[in-house]
Design a protein around this ligand. Structure first.
Ligand SMILES: Nc1ncnc2c1ncn2[C@@H]1O[C@H](COP(=O)(O)OP(=O)(O)OP(=O)(O)O)[C@@H](O)[C@H]1O
Length: 596
């Protein structure tokens, strides 16, 4: 009963979705589904009357013409409706796909980052896209079910002159074929679920093999052939699964066809025997031999539809969950933040759901407005995790120990916080669009402020990449023939310019100069600190030379804060920072080292 209710709810859900997108399409389909089976069976019925009339030799011409006209006009009417529906179908499909994809994008966008960064999310993302396509399929399946039931009842009525046992026998044979069909569908669902992961792997490998920026590494390492073999192995594995499924399907289809042939033969023999006995007319024979295959194909469709329902249920549960999840852009229960006066982290520990060990342990720190902070430490010491939590990107209970202006982050409207924040992540985005878009993406309301865009690209030394004819419309990347490709350092400068283009009071930079040459690095950073005078600046870096220029340095190791202080204090205390500084000091100004 519970399963039935669930299934019923999913029907209602699919119907609602189609209805919301296009009411005309919905009604047109509904009408066609009722009229088509009636037309098919009426044509058989009228055709048999026509033949009976003709075979008497004393028929009335008007009766025959009338029957003929009726058959043709019903057929014409259906053809016209079908054509209208086909035309409408195209616009419906487009509207439906835009609406669903829009909601899919919103759903994924609104999900918590921790969940999105979990590898299982990628499988779920593919699954959800597929699930959306099942909404319309479920709606169509339901219409087919109703249409098929109407058709089967009408066709059985056309067999009324046959012995009831013959009709029951025919139905049993059809059911056997239907059960075989159902098995095929169940098999397909199981294999499709397994294939999803398999397709992801060989699809990824194929992408790598096709990606020319990967080629350079593969060429030098001579690992192209190796990777290709791996791809072929994974692809073959997927093919084998598919092939085994097809083999089973072919076997089922063969058995089903043999059953069908047997059914046809026995029915024809019955009819011939009945005609011989004088119990059937030629018209009846025609009606029976046409109605029987119709019943057969409809019973098959019936099982097919049941299989589809089974197949769709798991997908639709996802789609339903996803689409009923409204995104709350502005949470009115949370307080807006107008200025960031302080950021405090109190005894924060954090563990990623798919990891055994904590990424952060007992973190305590205080950052005041306008302070320039550097976070340094080994790889995997938790630096990026810490800033993601500070920025409210991980919304787990463990990350509630962050306070802005003394207020818990869970009580703050994050959109108001993000409006005041600018950030460049280690894996910052290289928008393959023009320079204008690359810069203004941090503050789209200023996209037409050419002066401001020009100022930031000048500040970060990338105004020389502008094509003189195109100016800010110079495209970056590889997307168009005119696009220009940038070096790693140039991309990083563009990202820095983007971060500064937004008038934020908190600027967070995760290794912002890792690809920039050491000669320009310090100048760039000094510029940055100068123009961010009143801003709070947090820089994650492995370069101690950069750290030496800030107000406070946070040293992290294995998820913990080992030291906090100014460059002078930390060097003096001869701790872990001092070790790092000693190892890197040759890179920096000798005088600066000696001064310490
Ligand atoms: N999304 C994630 N899911 C699971 N574990 C993660 C995730 N992101 C990071 N980690 C793990 O958390 C730990 C801290 O990673 P984090 O990226 O914060 O280190 P980091 O100090 O910024 O390192 P690096 O200097 O190399 O950039 C690492 O062990 C890392 O493997």
């Amino acid at each position: 009963m519970k399963a039935f209710l669930k299934g019923f709810n999913l029907f209602v859900f699919s119907f609602k979705e189609v209805w919301k997108v296009d009411k005309k399409y919905f009604l047109l389909n509904l009408m066609l589904l009722i009229v088509t089976p009636i037309q098919l069976n009426a044509s058989i019925y009228l055709g048999s009357k026509l033949i009976n009339n003709l075979s008497t030799m004393s028929f009335k011409l008007m009766d025959v013409v009338q029957l003929l006209l009726m058959i043709i006009s019903i057929e014409l009417l259906i053809t016209i409706f079908t054509q209208i529906q086909v035309k409408h179908n195209l616009s419906f499909t487009e509207k439906f796909s835009i609406r669903q994809n829009n909601r899919l994008l919103d759903y994924f966008y609104g999900m918590d980052m921790v969940e999105k960064e979990n590898p299982s999310f990628h499988g779920k993302a593919n699954y959800n896209e597929f699930a959306l396509s099942k909404i319309e399929s479920n709606y169509q399946s339901f219409l087919t079910l109703v249409s098929v039931l109407i058709s089967i009842s009408l066709s059985i009525a056309l067999l009324h002159k046959l012995n009831i046992l013959v009709i029951v026998g025919l139905l049993i044979l059809c059911m056997l074929r239907g059960l075989l069909e159902l098995r095929t569908i169940r098999n397909r669902v199981e294999v499709t679920n397994i294939l999803q992961t398999s397709h992801r792997t060989h699809g990824y490998l194929f992408q790598m093999l096709n990606n020319f920026s990967v080629h350079k590494e593969l060429m030098i390492n001579q690992s192209f052939e190796f990777l290709k073999k791996l791809w072929i192995k994974k692809k073959r594995h997927a093919f084998e699964l598919q092939f085994n499924l097809e083999k089973k399907t072919i076997n089922y289809i063969t058995i089903s066809k043999i059953l069908s042939a047997g059914c046809k033969l026995s029915l024809s023999l019955f009819c011939i025997y009945y005609i011989y006995k004088g119990n059937l007319t030629i018209g009846d024979y025609m009606a029976i031999t046409m109605a029987a295959p119709l019943i057969e194909s409809n019973v098959l469709s019936l099982f097919n539809v049941c299989g589809k329902f089974y197949e769709n249920t798991s997908y639709l549960k996802f789609a339903n969950e996803m689409l009923s999840n409204e995104i709350n852009e502005n949470d009115s229960t949370r307080d807006e933040i107008s200025e960031i006066d302080s950021i405090e982290v109190r005894n924060l520990s954090f563990k990623y759901p798919n990891r055994d060990k904590n990424a952060l342990n007992h973190i305590n720190l205080m950052i005041n407005k306008g302070e320039k902070i550097a976070i340094v430490g080994d790889n995997a010491s938790g630096k990026t995790t810490l800033i993601k939590i500070i920025l409210g990107l991980y919304q787990s209970e463990q990350s509630d120990n962050v306070f802005y202006n003394g207020k818990e982050i869970k009580d703050i409207d994050l959109h108001s916080l993000w409006r005041k924040t600018s950030v460049i992540f280690q894996d910052f985005t290289k928008f393959e669009l023009d320079i204008r878009h690359n810069i203004a993406m941090s503050n789209v309301s200023e996209i037409n402020n050419d002066e401001k865009i020009n100022n930031v690209i000048k500040l970060f030394g990338v105004s020389n990449i502008l094509n003189p004819e195109k100016g800010l419309a110079t495209e970056l990347g590889y997307l168009t023939d005119e696009s220009i490709n940038l070096s790693g350092g140039q991309w990083q400068r563009i990202a820095l310019a983007r971060a500064l283009f937004k008038e934020a009071s908190l600027v967070v930079l995760d290794e912002p100069t890792s690809a920039i040459d050491p000669n320009s690095e310090l100048d760039l950073l000094k510029n940055l600190i100068e123009v961010s005078d009143d801003k709070t600046l947090i820089i994650i870096t492995h370069r101690i030379g950069i750290a030496a220029n800030v107000d406070k340095i946070i040293v992290m190791k294995e998820g913990e804060i080992k030291e906090i202080g100014t460059h002078y204090e930390l060097v003096k205390s001869r701790g872990y920072y001092f070790e790092m500084w000693t190892q890197q000091k040759e890179l920096y100004n000798k005088q600066e080292v000696e001064a310490v």
